[in-house]
Design a protein around this ligand. Structure first.
Ligand SMILES: Cc1cc2nc3c(=O)[nH]c(=O)nc-3n(C[C@H](O)[C@H](O)[C@H](O)COP(=O)(O)OP(=O)(O)OC[C@H]3O[C@@H](n4cnc5c(N)ncnc54)[C@H](O)[C@@H]3O)c2cc1C
Length: 422
C-alpha cells in the first residue's frame, strides 16, 4: 500500500466527514474502521444550522434534505401535563442563520458520507482495529491489533467515546450519567394516533424525557425515551432494563406513555460523557469527534461538533498549503487546537446543565416552566453562540448566553400576574 497523507482511525460520522473534507482538497486519505462494515446503529439525528452550513459547503445539503425532514417547529412540552413550554420556529431560525434545521436517520447521514468519500477517492478499510500509535518528527503511525502499520503525515483519531488514542493525552474514563436512552423508529402507517411530523417534540419530565420527530420524508417516526436509572444510582451492574423504562415514565401524560410499547426493548444506550480536555493534539496525532469531546446528547451537537472539527481542520489545511501541495501540518494542527477545544468544552458543559434543567421535579420544575413559557419565540440569545458560523479562529468564537437563574421565575410569575390584573 502507498503511504497516504492522512490516516483516520474510526469510520463514524466524525471520521468519514473529515476524510471527505480533506480528500476534496486533493489529499490522499485512508480510513481505518474496526467493524466488518461501515455503518451506523441507532435512529434519528438532528442537524442544526451550524451543521447544515457545512453540509452545504460540501455540496451535500440537498441530498441530506432529500433523505431527511426539514421540520417547521421544535416544541418543548411538559411530560407530566403535556402542556407547551416553549418553541423554536425553525423556518424563521433557518432565515436567521441562513441554513435549515434538518432531521435525518443516522444511517442515511452516514451513508451520505460513505458515498461522498468513495466518490472523492478515500481509501475505506474495514476490520482494522487500531491498538497503538507511534510517531517521529516526520510521520505518525496507527498499528492494528493484527500488526498492520498504517503510516501517514498525520493520524486523526476519530475512534469515539472509548478512544484508544485519547490515552496518549489524558488518563481519564467515560463518566456515567446514570441515564439511559431507548430508541425506536416506527413506520408512520403503523402509528396508532395522529402525530404532526412538521414538529420536533421534546417532552421534559422529572428524571426523564421523550423526543419524537419524522424521518425519511415523513415515512418513519423516530422516538427516543431517556430516563435516570435507579439501579445505576444504586451501583448495580444490570441497569437500564425495560422494567425501569416503564417505571420511569409511569407519571407522564397519556401521549408519552402510549408511545413506550413502540420503543425497541432489546437494546438500550447508557449515556456517558467525559470531562473536557484542552489538549487534543500530540505531535502528528490529533483527536476528533467523540474521542476528543463526547457529550451527553441534550444539545444534539455531538455529531455536529465532530463534523465541525473536520471542517475546521480542513480549512486550516487549505490555508496552510503551498501551491505545490505541501501542507504545514504543525501549523494546521496548532490552528485546530487553538479553536476547537474551547468551543467543545462549552457545549459539553452546557449539555450537562441543559439536561439537568429538563429533568427537574417539584418546585424547580414549576420555576423552569415559568421561565420557558416567558421566552419570546424569536429570541435567539440562547442559540446564537451555537448555530452561527463555526469559528476558525479563537477570536471568532461568539460570546455565550447569559444564564437565567431559576429563582428569577418568581419575579417573572409576579410580573405576569400584575400585568394580567392591570
Ligand atoms: C441518544 C443519542 C442521541 C444523539 N442525538 C444527536 C443529535 O441529534 N445530533 C448530534 O449532532 N449528535 C447526537 N448524538 C451524538 C452523536 O451520536 C455522537 O456524538 C457522534 O455519533 C460521534 O461521532 P464520532 O464519529 O466521533 O464517533 P462514533 O460514532 O463513536 O464513531 C467511532 C467509530 O470508530 C470506530 N472505532 C472505535 N475504536 C476503533 C479502533 N480502535 N480502531 C478502529 N476503529 C475504531 C467505531 O467502530 C466507530 O465506527 C446523540 C447521541 C446519542 C447517544
Amino acid at each position: 500500500m502507498s503511504i497516504p497523507d492522512v490516516v483516520i482511525v474510526g469510520g463514524g460520522i466524525g471520521g468519514l466527514s473529515t476524510a471527505f473534507a480533506l480528500s476534496r482538497l486533493g489529499l490522499q486519505v485512508r480510513v481505518l474502521e474496526q467493524a466488518p462494515e461501515f455503518g451506523e446503529v441507532g435512529a434519528g439525528i438532528q442537524l442544526a444550522p451550524n451543521c447544515t452550513r457545512i453540509l452545504d459547503d460540501y455540496g451535500l445539503l440537498e441530498k441530506a434534505k432529500s433523505r431527511g425532514v426539514v421540520p417547521d417547529r421544535m416544541v418543548m412540552r411538559d411530560a407530566i401535563d403535556g402542556s407547551d413550554l416553549t418553541l423554536l420556529d425553525l423556518r424563521d431560525l433557518a432565515r436567521k442563520y441562513g441554513f435549515p434545521y434538518l432531521v435525518i436517520h443516522r444511517s442515511d447521514l452516514h451513508s451520505l458520507f460513505v458515498e461522498a468519500c468513495r466518490d472523492a477517492g478515500v481509501e475505506l478499510l474495514t476490520e482494522q482495529r487500531v491498538t497503538s500509535y507511534t510517531q517521529n518528527a516526520h510521520k505518525a503511525c496507527a498499528t492494528t491489533g493484527a500488526g498492520t502499520a498504517h503510516e501517514a503525515d498525520v493520524v486523526i483519531a476519530a475512534d469515539g467515546l472509548h478512544s484508544v488514542a485519547r490515552q496518549l493525552l489524558v488518563d481519564d474514563q467515560p463518566i456515567s450519567s446514570a441515564y439511559v436512552a431507548y430508541r425506536g423508529t416506527v413506520p408512520i402507517a403503523e402509528v396508532d394516533r395522529p402525530v404532526d411530523l412538521s414538529e420536533v417534540v421534546v417532552y421534559v419530565g422529572p428524571r426523564c424525557h421523550f423526543v419524537h420527530y419524522g424521518l425519511r420524508g415523513g415515512d418513519l417516526l423516530n422516538q427516543v425515551a431517556v430516563f435516570e436509572s435507579p439501579k445505576a444510582r444504586a451501583g448495580l451492574a444490570d441497569w437500564g432494563t425495560p422494567d425501569e423504562l416503564d417505571a420511569a415514565f409511569a407519571e407522564t401524560c397519556d401521549f408519552v406513555r402510549q408511545r413506550l410499547p413502540h420503543m425497541w426493548r432489546d437494546k438500550w444506550w447508557r449515556m456517558y460523557d467525559r470531562n473536557p480536555i484542552d489538549t487534543w493534539v500530540d505531535g502528528r496525532i490529533a483527536l476528533l469527534g467523540d474521542a476528543a469531546h463526547p457529550p451527553l446528547q441534550y444539545m444534539a451537537q455531538g455529531a455536529i461538533m465532530a463534523i465541525e472539527d473536520g471542517w475546521v481542520l480542513a480549512e486550516h489545511v487549505r490555508r496552510l498549503r503551498t501551491d505545490d501541495g505541501v501542507v504545514d501540518w504543525a501549523g494546521a494542527l496548532a490552528a485546530y487546537q487553538a479553536v476547537r477545544p474551547e468551543h467543545c468544552r462549552r457545549v459539553v458543559l452546557t449539555a450537562r446543565t441543559w439536561g439537568e434543567l429538563w429533568h427537574l421535579d417539584d418546585l424547580q420544575r414549576e420555576q423552569r416552566n415559568v421561565l420557558l413559557r416567558s421566552r419570546a419565540v424569536h429570541d435567539y440569545s440562547f442559540t446564537d453562540w451555537i448555530y452561527g458560523p463555526t469559528a476558525l479562529f479563537a477570536e471568532d468564537e461568539p460570546a455565550m448566553f447569559e444564564p437565567i437563574p431559576l429563582a428569577s421565575a418568581d419575579q417573572v410569575a409576579d410580573d405576569l400576574a400584575n400585568s394580567q390584573v392591570g
